[in-house]
Design a protein around this ligand. Structure first.
Ligand code: ATP
Ligand code: MG
Length: 468
């Protein structure tokens, strides 16, 4: 965080100073919520957790060098006491971002936020110092912590914004008002909680509603191929820039294909030029993510040929997203177990199918090891059934469905689509999946591992990689 005195911080967050001998002392280290991450000068925000209360760690934080604690009650060490620590973090982040005048690029969508944010950061840092959301820290705590890590040299903040309900994105845009807002897609992620895709569109669209007007530099970057996203152009005063296949005058990809290793290759077209891209990331869904990142980079002044070369260089920043590892024995593990929803399941299966062509030339087979997709509400049965069917239509060699009744639905879909018998199995837990795969895998095989976060299917990928 930029250096601020404790008195200034107290004034910004509207807090009371307790046990502070020297209000002129500055806090300037990172703002942290885990006392183990305290550095000299840190501000330690005491949050109530599910199992532990941050207030219990206040003393430890100060002993480790924290300048003060942001807390909801006096804690016997220097503290700024507020009603709500999360709200105070937001207020502090807002004040700091305003003071720095940093350009905020915010993005949201149902699938691909983290992948796109990582791509975008790798493009924009070529234009100047850039700070971006680590991992998926996209909520009312992670967002201000990320923003507070910007300093006087930071040109651009790239922030992932997540929504689990109406009003969430609006709140985040009030903390870090974006100049550029990107909406990737409105899918079925969290549809159960929201109660329908239209409701999700209402929630995601709050991002473009918060942008400044076109004459004040506001830019809304919208996916032209997603009707619910494209329709958001009527909800913003910002200038609209479209990306996608149907973005004729915007940023689009031509000659899209997957290489034999499942990596997308295409010609990038922007309004001012074009360039050839072959990505290091896996799966066709990254074309759309790359176009979103390219559209932002183009708007911020990067020439098309440079965008194309940066996209070709960009690697994986966040783990468990189509992480491809080849074992010494020639079995390839594709760990995409970070999360899953119907859109990302389809994208990952298509990437697996593309890799399968090269695999079969080596005598290998493709395995889809899939688990439940959470939060689908009433659509759960139909969506799992459809994914099982798609696996058959894409000629995936084997389906291993892991888990409870959703896994049974996956398997039934495959069975009904292709009269699959032995090609699909249903196992109840990750250990059974590992045991089965250990005995069946042979050199040349490619194994995709994917399910919703709560399933923890990365354990399967990790165990398969441990024993080579
Ligand atoms: P979260 O809401 O969990 O933070 P996210 O929106 O940040 O998710 P990512 O972490 O980038 O999304 O990707 C989640 C999953 O969706 C991964 O399995 C990835 O392969 C897939 N995915 C990424 N981009 C897209 C896309 N444009 N369309 C569909 N699926 C995608
Ligand atoms: Mg994410």
């Amino acid at each position: 965080m930029i250096a601020l005195s404790l008195a200034e911080i107290a004034a910004i967050v509207g807090g009371q100073q307790h046990d502070i001998p020297d209000p002129g002392r500055t806090a300037g280290g990172p703002v942290v919520i885990d006392s183990r991450e305290v550095r000299p000068g840190s501000l330690f925000a005491a949050l109530p957790g599910d199992h532990v209360d941050g207030h219990d760690y206040a003393e430890r934080a100060v002993a480790a060098g924290a300048a003060a604690v942001l807390a909801t009650r006096p804690v016997g060490v220097p503290a700024i006491v507020v009603d709500d620590v999360v709200v105070a973090l937001g207020a502090l982040a807002r004040a700091v971002v305003e003071k720095l005048g940093t350009t905020v690029v915010a993005l949201t969508g149902s699938a691909g936020k983290t992948s796109t944010k990582d791509l975008m950061a790798q493009l924009l840092r070529r234009l100047g110092p850039t700070v971006w959301t680590p991992g998926s820290l996209n909520n009312e705590i992670g967002l201000p912590l990320t923003a507070l890590s910007a300093d006087a040299g930071t040109d651009t903040l790239v922030l992932e914004m997540g929504a689990r309900g109406i009003g969430h994105i609006r709140y985040l845009t009030e903390i870090t008002p974006p100049r550029v807002g990107v909406v990737l897609n409105v899918g079925t992620a969290h549809v159960g909680e929201f109660g329908g895709r239209e409701q999700i569109a209402v929630a995601k669209g709050e991002l473009v509603e918060a942008l400044p007007a076109a004459e004040d530099g506001g830019i809304a970057v919208l996916n032209a191929d997603d009707p619910l996203v494209r329709a958001m152009s009527t909800r913003t005063k910002a200038r609209v820039v479209l990306f996608g296949e149907s973005a004729d005058a915007g940023v689009r990809a031509e000659k899209v294909r997957l290489t034999a290793t499942g990596q997308p290759s295409f010609t990038l077209h922007t309004p001012t030029g074009c360039g050839d891209v072959t990505m290091r990331l896996y799966g066709e869904h990254h074309v759309s993510n790359a176009l979103a990142a390219a559209a932002v980079a183009h708007e911020l002044g990067m020439p098309a040929h440079e965008i194309a070369s940066a996209l070709s260089d960009a690697g994986q920043l966040s783990r468990w997203r189509m992480e491809v590892t080849e074992r010494a024995d020639g079995v390839t593990i594709v760990n995409d177990a970070y999360n899953a929803n119907p859109e990302s399941m389809r994208a990952a299966l298509r990437a697996l199918a593309a890799m399968g062509e090269a695999a079969s030339a080596r005598g290998g087979r493709t395995w889809a090891v899939l688990g439940p997709m959470a939060e689908l509400g009433e659509e759960a049965l139909a969506e799992h059934d459809a994914v099982g069917r798609l696996a058959v239509r894409l000629n995936v060699s084997k389906l291993v469905a892991v888990g409870g009744r959703e896994a049974a639905w996956l398997r039934m879909g495959a069975y009904n689509e292709g009269s699959w018998g032995e090609e699909s199995v249903h196992v109840s837990d990750t250990q059974a999946a590992v045991d089965l795969l250990r005995s069946e895998l042979r050199p040349g095989d490619v194994v995709l591992v994917k399910a919703s976060r709560s399933v923890g299917l990365e354990r399967v990928a990790q165990q398969l990689l441990e024993r080579e």
